[in-house]
Ligand binder design. Structure first.
Ligand code: ADP
Length: 217
């Protein structure tokens, strides 16, 4: 399966991405991890992006290109399936991914939206800061990352919903609960998704079920 992910920082993309990759035995392309790895190794790319990461800014698209190039080769070598985590973050990136992946016959089958409110993810990132010491889990960088998410990334959701490939899950629950729901949905979709004509695909918002069912009971 080819799976994309859109989520605010701290919603659990990394955790769920790793779970999905292990379950389906597909590559997990995590742009944030790749960039942090460059910083840790002190590469030229690492030197360019380090300041952007610390401030919670988006790194320029030219820099991302290199990163993606390598990741794409890994994906092709692994048969074309993937779980993509951390990209797209802007409408431009979404259009670029759509163009390139469609040309290669590798457009995402499903895009998961891990939905979580700002306060929940802010608390998670501050808690993570105490353990992992990520340079961007500081109050000002978190504020900036959330602002950029709302301004630049969130509009992509409507675009994927319109294409009928968006699946929204409530990511404020425990990682195990979220993971169970994601794997269940993906396992159901997997055998059929590519047989559903594009025009007949519909977005699914699983977060709507909780209040709707509570009302009905
Ligand atoms: P989070 O989603 O929790 O902020 P990530 O590990 O996905 O964490 O990303 C960390 C940082 O890496 C971002 O704040 C940004 O600086 C950079 N980054 C990752 N992916 C992209 C991207 N697609 N475009 C621009 N910058 C990116």
């Amino acid at each position: 399966m080819r799976i994309g992910m859109v989520a605010p920082p701290g919603a659990g993309k990394g955790t769920q991405g790793a779970l999905i990759a292990a379950h389906f035995n597909i590559p997990h392309i995590c742009t944030g991890e790749i960039l942090r790895d460059h910083v840790n190794r002190g590469t030229d790319t690492g030197r360019v992006v380090s300041d952007y990461l610390d401030r919670g800014e988006l790194v320029p698209d030219e820099v991302l290109c290199d990163t993606i190039h390598q990741a794409l080769s890994d994906v092709i070598a692994a048969g074309g399936d993937y779980v993509l985590d951390g990209m797209p973050r802007t409408m431009d990136q979404a259009r670029a991914i759509h163009r390139v992946s469609s040309e290669l016959g590798m457009a995402p089958d499903v895009v998961l939206h891990l939905k979580a409110d700002d306060e929940t993810v802010r608390q998670r990132m501050l808690a993570r800061a105490a353990v992992e010491h990520r340079s961007d889990d500081t109050e000002p960088a978190i504020r900036r990352r959330l602002a950029l998410y709302h301004q630049m990334t969130e509009p992509i959701l409507a675009w994927y919903a319109f294409r009928g490939i968006l699946v929204t899950v409530d990511a404020t629950r425990t990682a195990a609960e979220v993971g169970r729901e994601i794997l269940a949905v993906l396992e159901v979709l997997r055998p059929v998704i590519r047989n559903v004509p594009e025009k007949m695909r519909r977005p699914v918002d699983l977060t709507m079920l909780t209040p709707a069912m509570a009302q009905g009971s």
